[in-house]
Design a protein around this ligand. Structure first.
Ligand code: SME
Length: 175
């Protein structure tokens, strides 16, 4: 059984993300199932990092044009997001992490929880540049996310993406 280690409240953001990354390495090690890893990734971030009201994944939907919710932690969320809409859509179209200190100032922000006040969304791409989805984190606090969070969340997301590269199966020895 995996147990998360409480991170001291006195830790700096850098220390916080270093410890979260250490725990994430142990949690994801050897597992390549994307659903399981997305679920555990969401749970670890939600319980390890402070002042997060919701965190989870959106993946390309059946059309390949919009996004559909994946594993997450927090209140029930919007299931589908149309192409280019919201903070998640901006992350996909710009291919850049969106750090939103105050969602009321982001044109087209989509409220899944009316109490959300800040957000960070990391677009996820494979090494060939194809879209995996987005990692979305909300907070009830204005200004919760900054450059340290962008660096830390992107580093955590890279761990998730790296689990998707499934090592080639060992071929059974020729009989
Ligand atoms: N706020 C996001 C929608 C997803 S909810 O936050 C979970 C957006 O504007 O894309």
């Amino acid at each position: 059984m995996f147990t998360t280690t409480p991170i001291p409240a006195t830790a700096s953001k850098t220390e916080l993300y270093e410890e979260a990354a250490r725990q994430m390495r142990g949690l994801l090690r050897g597992e390549h199932n994307p659903v399981a890893n997305a679920a555990n990734f969401s749970a670890l971030v939600f319980h390890a990092l402070p002042d997060i009201s919701w965190c989870g994944f959106y993946f390309p939907d059946e059309t390949g044009d919009g996004l559909v919710v994946g594993p997450f932690q927090g209140k029930p969320a919007c299931v589908r997001l149309s192409h280019g809409k919201g903070v998640c859509g901006a992350a996909v179209t710009t291919r850049r992490t969106q750090v939103v200190p105050d969602v009321t100032t982001f044109p087209g922000h989509i409220y899944c929880d009316g109490a959300a006040r800040s957000e960070i969304v990391v677009p996820l791409f494979r090494t060939d540049g194809s879209l995996v989805g987005v990692w979305d984190v909300d907070s009830y606090s204005v200004g919760r996310f900054d450059e340290d969070d962008r660096i830390g969340m992107e580093a955590l997301c890279l761990q998730f993406i790296q689990t998707l590269a499934v090592p080639p199966r060992r071929q059974p020895a020729a009989s």
